[in-house]
Design a protein around this ligand. Structure first.
Ligand SMILES: Cc1cc2nc3c(=O)[nH]c(=O)nc-3n(C[C@H](O)[C@H](O)[C@H](O)COP(=O)(O)OP(=O)(O)OC[C@H]3O[C@@H](n4cnc5c(N)ncnc54)[C@H](O)[C@@H]3O)c2cc1C
Length: 406
């Protein structure tokens, strides 16, 4: 291939570019990104970086020299707006076109459009470095933060703002935080942790009306009749795959870019990776899209290999983390597809839960419990029966796979 374009200059895109060079690809390699910054890592934007002050250089995935040394051309601040797969041409916002022989799609996620009641001038959203800088400046002068949406980013930001000394209220229509990912048991534990730290959680709460006030504050009226006044407001109501620019290109789209088990799309020499990619994960026998850091790295690497000729399927046991106060949650597997949950440990500072389907363990959540996490990760890969787990999370009877490696 003479020229490969990687569209989306972030975690999955940088991993793909790195792997292309590592596997000996010597042609032109161009990384196209809509944001003007060098690719950076996002998890600290709601955690340490928001707490300690945002240092753009510290957040960079790689410095400028790293790209130059590998002959990776950066086209930053350039948004892709269209793709012609017949003539193999990418169209940019300024009407320039780039030819390609191979293409890696890594355009990730964008905020879901806000419901009309929340289209506020004074509200913040958080996904990018620029948004984090604006939020950080607003928090510095604020006393009361209201977070709309008790998902991961909302709760992490709530915890950070509380550590910064703000009064914090979190609202959600759901009965428990993070309920879409885990169901109620984990949410109840985290609700308790937040309340102990002084965060006010208003759950099963609907917003009737929200207004920007002339003084820069926001008033939020709830169905309970309560009215909140916030001098900083974060709306975290979810994201969706950035596929709008691919419409009409002939690439199959659904909830993301639809890929086969190898991360190839339906169009030759076009692969996808990271938050945008929906693929058939043979490890779980289901189509999935994963919106987490480790997956973006691993898929970037795999998609690069696929473009260079590998036909291996990308199989994985998804993993992610969230840090809120001193609670370090690590999740492995697919809790959301489970039909049963066993709480193996529930203490003030630690929680261990195994999620099973048809009696076999399919996911696990561990808070401040790294040893149990490692054991449960193995149990998921080996499809251990939940009834075979001992209290310290090791299989009671070794599985065939474990016995073979013993
Ligand atoms: C605040 C925050 C905290 C997080 N914390 C955690 C955590 O604790 N643990 C965890 O596992 N994961 C976390 N994540 C998720 C993790 O950061 C993502 O899974 C990861 O960034 C996905 O990488 P990606 O490259 O697939 O997509 P993204 O990082 O979304 O990057 C996509 C890139 O494509 C660019 N782009 C979009 N459209 C175009 C276009 N048309 N043309 C050119 N470029 C385009 C975007 O500007 C963006 O830079 C967090 C995410 C956020 C936002």
């Amino acid at each position: 291939m003479r020229r490969i374009l990687v569209v989306g200059a972030s975690l999955a895109g940088v991993s793909a570019a790195e792997e292309l060079r590592a596997q000996g690809y010597e042609g032109e390699l161009v990384l196209v990104g809509a944001e003007p910054h060098l690719p950076y890592t996002r998890p600290p934007l709601s955690k340490d970086a928001l707490l300690e002050g945002i240092d753009q250089t510290a957040l960079q995935l790689r410095d400028e020299h790293w790209y130059a040394e590998r002959g990776i051309e950066l086209r930053l601040g350039e948004k892709a707006v269209g793709l012609d797969t017949t003539h193999r041409q990418l169209r940019l916002a300024d009407e320039a076109t780039l030819d390609y022989d191979g293409l890696v799609l890594t355009t990730g996620l964008a905020h879901r459009p806000l419901p009309p009641a929340l289209r506020l001038r004074h509200a913040h959203q958080l996904r990018t470095l620029d948004e984090a800088e604006r939020l950080s400046a607003a928090l510095a002068g604020a006393r009361h933060l209201v977070v709309v949406g008790a998902g991961f980013v909302g709760l992490e930001t709530a915890a950070t703002a509380r550590l910064l000394g703000l009064d914090v209220t979190v609202l959600d229509v759901a009965a428990q935080p993070m309920s879409k990912a885990f169901g109620p048991e984990i949410g109840i534990w985290f609700a308790r942790r937040h309340e102990l730290a002084g965060v006010r959680l208003l759950l099963s709460a609907s917003i009737i009306r929200a207004d920007d006030e002339p003084d820069g504050t926001t008033t939020i009226a709830l169905d309970s009749g309560e009215r909140l006044r916030a001098d900083c407001c974060l709306v975290g109501t979810g994201s969706m795959p950035t596929t709008d620019w691919l419409r009409g290109s002939g690439i199959d789209l659904g909830d993301g870019v639809l890929c086969d088990p190898t991360l190839a799309t339906n169009v030759p020499d076009v692969v996808a990776a990271g938050d945008i990619a929906r693929w058939d994960n043979e490890q779980f026998g289901e189509s999935m899209r994963v919106e987490h850091w480790t997956n973006a790295v691993e898929q970037g690497v795999h998609a690069a290999g696929r473009l260079l000729g590998s036909r291996d399927p990308f199989t994985s046991v998804p993993f992610f983390w969230t840090d809120q106060f001193d609670a370090k949650l690590r999740c492995v597997g697919r809790p959301s597809i489970a039909d049963d949950v066993d709480i193996l440990r529930d203490e003030d500072a630690r929680l261990v839960a195994a999620f099973s389907r048809g009696g076999r363990i399919r996911g696990a959540v561990c808070v401040n419990a790294p040893r149990e996490m490692a054991q449960l990760r193995r149990a998921i890969a080996e499809r251990t029966r939940v009834s075979d787990l001992t209290r310290d999370c090791t299989p009671a009877t070794p599985t065939a796979a474990a016995a073979a490696t013993a």
